[in-house]
Design a binder for this molecule. Structure first.
Ligand SMILES: [Zn+2]
Length: 121
């Protein structure tokens, strides 16, 4: 079932700006999304949120989607924003982002810049 999953990146409004990645499941349409920040200049990425619709959880879709996103830019340094206790199990199960990067978001200067350009301080 997981190979019927696709991820589609929305274009970032500004380089290194916040980006939405839609999680699409064959026969069901959109079942979730991820908020990510990627800077190609610094080769770094931050996962800010992973959402999967309630009725589609516990099927490994979140892990599969995260895997798709991160493995496309596998040599980038990936971190995440603070991890909510409810999501701790999910982050324990995934093995794409090194433990040291979990909850330790590393935003580069371009990302900070993008935020002021975007007016979302
Ligand atoms: Zn950067």
């Amino acid at each position: 079932m997981v190979d019927e999953l696709k991820v589609a990146w929305d274009e970032a409004p500004v380089p290194a700006g916040p980006q939405r990645v839609v999680v699409w499941l064959n026969g069901h349409g959109i079942v979730g999304d991820l908020d990510v920040r990627v800077c190609h200049a610094c080769r770094t990425g931050v996962v800010e949120h992973v959402r999967i619709d309630t009725s589609f959880r516990r099927r490994g879709l979140g892990c599969a989607a995260l895997c798709e996103v991160v493995s496309g830019l596998a040599d980038y340094g990936w971190t995440t924003t603070a991890i909510e206790p409810a999501a701790a199990g999910f982050w324990d199960r995934q093995d794409r982002i090194p433990a040291a990067g979990l909850g330790a978001a590393r935003y580069c200067d371009h990302m900070h810049e993008a935020e002021s350009l975007n007016g979302c301080e």
